[in-house]
Design a protein around this ligand. Structure first.
Ligand code: ATP
Length: 328
């Protein structure tokens, strides 16, 4: 079992009548990481994790969980894999404590529920029926049910969809705690902020294919290699200062829009710009730096937006007094 991956998906394919949903999908999840699966609606994310958990049979290819085959080693996989799926609704009248008891009974070596319920903030709701739980508490319960069997790997599918921003952030902390407790996490998400914050690596699925797989930072750098710095100099720039800024190796373009300066350049352009301004004794007011994030990378990779590579935003397009001092 040395170096066995937590999850290995190899050449997975799946079709429904008239449509191909997964095409040759391959990726591996290392033990101990939080691995994200992101992509537009219908990209095939849920189908992929259902194949991993053995709930769906692929037409071709294979899935393994810690080296185990979910189709032929169902019981063994159930012992090591916890699953929280998108539409896991429980009977309305089932109380939290009853759900926990029911799921515990399905596992050979369930965890002690007390600490888990405390950690998830569910201990005050043990007698609440499922129908009366808020969205956040339902998500917490679904996490508890996925963890009750003491899994080594857990699949969390669209965990924070429908939660308010605070509940979403609380859930992120929980996911990190799960990872810190030694459980590998395969996370399906629509939220790039979530993937960027939580995931060690991210696979981008589009049209049933993996179009990119890397760390969030590498995906961002691969797709968009620029930073935009905007400021209003307290005193007008002299031609020499302007030339010094434009001559910085990181600067690709310097634009003046009335009394504002917009500089587009390499991801570290801010460092060079602030050094030149400091040397010249110029104070930059309303300094703003726009760096691309995983959202931008995702839009570029999945080809769902053509604006993500625009370099100076809308300012230049709407202003009449625009001077550009380009390097090339
Ligand atoms: N049982 C089924 N029969 C026919 N088509 C299906 C079936 N299950 C899923 N599909 C289709 O397969 C495609 C992939 O679905 P899947 O749920 O895996 O995508 P997803 O990336 O998880 O999407 P979402 O983000 O909307 O949940 C979708 O177009 C969906 O309509």
């Amino acid at each position: 079992m040395a170096n066995v991956e937590a999850v290995r998906v190899e050449g997975l394919s799946k079709s429904y009548p008239g449509r191909s949903v997964l095409r040759d999908v391959s990726f591996g999840v290392d033990v101990g990481e939080i691995f994200g699966l992101v992509g537009p609606n219908g990209a095939g994310k849920t189908t992929t994790v259902e194949c991993v958990s053995g709930l769906r049979r692929p037409d071709g290819g294979s899935a393994r969980v810690l080296g185990l085959d979910p189709r032929t080693q169902r019981d063994e996989v159930r012992r090591v894999l916890g699953v929280q799926l998108q539409q896991s609704a429980l009977p309305d009248k089932l109380r939290v404590a009853e759900a926990i008891e029911l799921y515990s009974a399905c596992h050979r070596a369930p965890v002690e529920p007390g600490p888990l319920l405390t950690r998830l903030g569910l201990d005050a709701h043990l007698r609440t029926p499922y129908a009366k739980l808020s969205g956040g508490l339902r998500q917490r319960l679904s996490i508890a049910l996925a963890l009750i069997g003491a899994p080594r790997v857990v699949i969390l599918d669209e965990l924070t969809t429908g939660l308010d921003p605070q509940a979403r952030r609380n859930t992120w902390s929980l996911v990190e705690e799960i990872r810190d407790a030694g459980v590998t996490v395969l996370l399906v998400t629509h939220f790039m902020e979530e993937a960027e914050r939580l995931c060690d690596r991210v696979a981008v699925l589009d049209g049933g294919r993996i179009v990119a797989l890397d760390t969030p930072q590498a995906l961002i750098e691969r797709v968009i290699r620029h930073q935009i710095v905007r400021f209003r100099p307290r005193t007008p720039l002299t031609p020499e200062m302007r030339a010094d800024l434009a001559a910085l190796p990181q600067v690709r373009e310097l634009t003046e829009i009335d009394d504002r300066i917009v500089i587009t350049g390499a991801p570290d352009v801010l460092t060079g710009v602030t050094a030149v301004l400091a040397r010249a004794g110029v104070i930059a007011e309303n300094l703003r730096v726009d760096s691309p994030d995983l959202d931008d990378a995702y839009l570029a990779l999945t080809d769902t937006d053509t604006d993500s590579n625009s370099e100076t935003g809308t300012d230049a397009a709407t202003d009449t007094d625009v001077r550009r001092v380009g390097r090339r």
